[in-house]
Design a protein around this ligand. Structure first.
Ligand code: NAD
Length: 485
């Protein structure tokens, strides 16, 4: 029997075991072929209410479990991701339209998230504070309760696991809502892993579903924290709804990330980095290089070399062909990408490469003669599109890179490393890579953005201690003091 054991979860949600959902079931569609490759349960508000009530009950016992036992379950979960990676890769590739290395990255980082989360369980729970009174004064961490996780379609395994694993490790229960387009990679796989790892029933619930289910989760009074990863527009509405209920919300949102290339850079390496930053996973990454800012002395050569590279990259079904890009997740996303490109071309941009598609297979696209108001430059495209704009001075590069509501990731390529480090402090961004493109992630880094890319929280490594616990001030005295009245 396979590890995933498809029969056990077909048409089901994971809520106190695999169960039928009031919301029915939904197909799993392979974007490269349009084939239905499975079915999962589809949660609705009634399913969610049952799940959060069960999670709230299970959480009390889970929080009281020895940290060693919680760590052991998380280590086992990490090992299961590693041991069954080969089987999981097939699902990840087919459901998300990914190439094999992207699928490998997902299981590798998901395993790492679990191992790091296991280590969080044994971190100090707080500190003993000085106090003028004859008492002990302690600041200590406590679990929050039930944590709601809402994740997107692009890197569903990593983006679900990076919240699920630390939330569980720190004594919370979790209700996870993956994007319905990637219900297996963002949900079912995680449920199966924690089921096999021995997580007690009720501590994790996985309900695939759409916007309505997400809204119900934000409204649910038993869900005390929402960890949301997705678009800035939806994130803002989630943040507003959470604020109305005095609910903490971690928002990890969109980006329109700049790669600044100075004229002292090795052009071949810079072009290769730029192509990778824009075209990896069809540009469907929050950290995708969305704006190439290139010194005007080398800009024309950069565009020519990038366009040549783009034209050589094969696009197709990663399961059957040797390709560099797979499909866009669905027709709606593809149409959005294409309209941003065609609107920019209508406004005067020059197509140096791409700009067309076959089905969901969008050609890697390079745009020249771009102005900063063109939509493919000004907006997050979330597709394989590289708009290139020239700059003449360091100040102009800083102004261009900063001229966006987003602030997720930034890449700076230059032989003058200290100048690049100086710019890293001047351009608002949560993540900066000197001499690299904009896409990178590791389980122990503080991940997050500024501006429209988030609400200031960081997830990953040490940051998870703050993100997934409440702090309590606790004082302890031997006897009750006397008061004047
Ligand atoms: P989206 O905001 O449409 O959907 C994300 C998740 O939210 C999905 O699970 C979706 O079902 C759910 N959702 C949709 N409407 C909702 C609502 N009203 N209330 C509650 N939940 C709701 O995002 P998308 O367009 O599918 O994903 C791509 C976006 O995600 C891009 O903007 C990308 O930059 C961003 N993203 C950010 C990060 C990060 O870590 N900062 C990582 C990956 C993707």
């Amino acid at each position: 029997m396979s590890f995933l054991n498809e029969k056990s979860w077909t048409g089901k949600i994971f809520s106190d075991g695999w169960a039928s959902a009031d919301g029915g079931d939904a197909p799993v569609i392979e974007p490269a072929t349009g084939d239905e490759i499975g079915r999962t349960g589809n949660g609705n508000a009634a399913d969610l209410a049952r799940a959060s009530a069960s999670a709230a009950t299970a959480q009390r016992e889970w929080a009281a479990t020895s940290f060693e036992d919680r760590a052991a379950i998380l280590r086992k979960a990490g090992q299961l991701f590693a041991d069954h990676a080969g089987e999981l890769h097939g699902w990840i590739m087919r459901e998300t339209g990914a190439l094999a290395p992207k699928a490998e990255l997902e299981t590798h980082v998901a395993a790492g998230e679990c191992f790091e989360a296991a280590a969080l369980t044994s971190r100090p729970l707080g500190s003993v504070l000085p106090t003028p009174a004859p008492r002990m004064s302690i600041a200590r961490r406590l679990p929050i309760g039930v944590v709601g996780v809402i994740s997107p379609f692009n890197f569903p395994l990593i983006l679900s696991t990076r919240s699920v694993a630390p939330a569980l490790a720190l004594g919370n229960a979790v209700v996870l809502k993956p994007d319905p387009r990637t219900a297996v990679t963002g949900g079912v796989i995680i449920a199966r892993v924690f089921e096999e790892a021995g997580l007690p029933p009720g501590v994790l619930h996985v309900l695939p579903g759409g916007a309505e289910l997400g809204q119900a989760m934000v409204e649910d009074p038993l869900v005390r924290l929402i960890s949301f990863t997705g678009s800035s527009a939806v994130g803002r509405s989630v943040g507003e709804a959470a604020a109305r209920r005095s609910k903490r919300v971690l928002l990890e949102l969109g980006g329109n990330n700049a790669l600044i290339v100075f004229d002292d850079a090795n052009l071949e390496l810079a072009v290769s980095a730029g192509a990778f930053g824009s075209f990896l996973h069809q540009g469907q990454i929050c950290m995708t290089t969305g704006r190439h800012l290139v010194h005007e002395r080398i800009k024309d050569d950069y565009v020519e070399m990038l366009a040549k590279k783009a034209e050589l990259l094969p696009v197709g079904n990663p399961m059957t062909d040797h390709v560099a890009l797979g499909p866009i997740i669905d027709a709606k996303q593809r149409d959005r990408v294409h309209s941003l490109v065609t609107d920019s071309v209508a406004a005067g941009a020059k197509l140096a490469a791409g700009g067309n598609y076959d089905g969901l297979f969008y050609r890697p696209t390079v745009l020249d003669n771009v102005t900063t108001t063109m939509p493919a430059y000004a907006e997050e495209v979330f597709g394989p599109v590289a708009p290139v704009v020239g700059f003449a001075s360091v100040d102009e590069a800083v102004a261009l890179a900063s001229d966006t509501d987003y602030g997720l990731s930034l890449g700076i390529i230059s032989n003058d490393v200290m100048r690049a480090v100086d710019l890293a402090g001047k351009i608002p961004a949560g993540i900066v890579h000197v001499n690299d493109q904009t896409v990178a992630d590791e389980p122990i880094i503080p991940f997050g953005g500024v501006g429209a890319s988030g609400n200031g929280f960081r997830v990953g490594g040490e940051a998870n201690l703050d993100a997934f616990t409440e702090t309590q001030w606790l004082t302890i005295r031997g006897d009750v003091p006397t008061y004047p009245f």
